[in-house]
Design a protein around this ligand. Sequence first.
Ligand code: GTQ
Length: 349
Amino acid sequence: MASVPQPKPSAARQDLYRRMDKDDLAPLWEVLHDLIPDEPATPCKPALWKYRDVRPYLMEAGKLITAREAIRRVLILENPGMRGESCITQSLYAGLQLILPGEIAPSHRHSQSALRFIVEGSGAYTAVDGERTTMHPGDFIITPSWTWHDHGNPGEEPVVWLDGLDIRIVQAFGAQFHEPFAQEVQPVARSEGASAARFGANLLPVGADAPFGKTSPIFNYPYARSREALAKLAKDQAPDACHGWKMQFINPMTGGPAMPTIGAFLQLLPKGFGGQAHRATDGTVYSVVEGSGAARIGDERFEFEPRDTFVVPSWAPLRLEAAAETVLFSFSDRPCQDALGLWREARPA
Ligand code: GTQ
């Protein structure tokens, strides 16, 4: 963090500080520059987690603790600049969650919102307020705030997904609530695909209220459809110099972001892409879906392959390179910053 070196306070000032400290008072002028820095100052560091390295730990955890006992068997991706704080950016939590065949992760609800981006395996489900959806790699799935949710794996293979939660945002407001469901597994009230039919076909039931408040009523955005949209987009228009072809997951009832606190995106980079530098105030988490390449973040370079996760801190310049045609999923706190008029971006010279 950039801080201007301050001369040591005089004895008289130190004496004043000591006395007023007992009365819970502190001098602003000693901390003003750190409180109001000239530009974003974050302890968050750029980092990349290779799935190849993480997966063995996750599978070992799978032998040592059940999903039932753990409630959620997750390895938290801790930002190396903020160890012990359970966060990947200054505002967001991320983790890799494993559910093995035959397991269930018990039902609960909380005021924190979650997204799931499926990284490996198919056949597990997540249930949201009475409806189950089957997971496939690349699916973007939402657990809206205060909805009952449990996960299960009736399939044959381990299923792993990237969790993104707004834990720190809700914590900053002191607005956390959590409640376990009376049973381990909530009853199924609707057939699979009911939400997709009601809200995901460019139609809305006449007179329908938003079932999840400010969050999208669609809770699974299947990869096959998103991928096809990107492929079509790429046929007809030139890629953005920084982002390639980048789309945001939206709430069909508002046209705005799918979640009120977390923005989620999918982007395609053509083979050989060498992106221009870009920076923005939303620290962003990326999950690599297809292809290979590198993320140049500031003066560091991280090579990536499918299933790797990397994080770009707020205001750090990012340049994306693609050795093969590449698809990246990403998420950030951009909707919060947009709502508050804080979000900024720049394309450094
Ligand atoms: O699946 O409900 O990674 O409650 C952290 C907290 C996942 C979940 C996490 C959670 C969940």
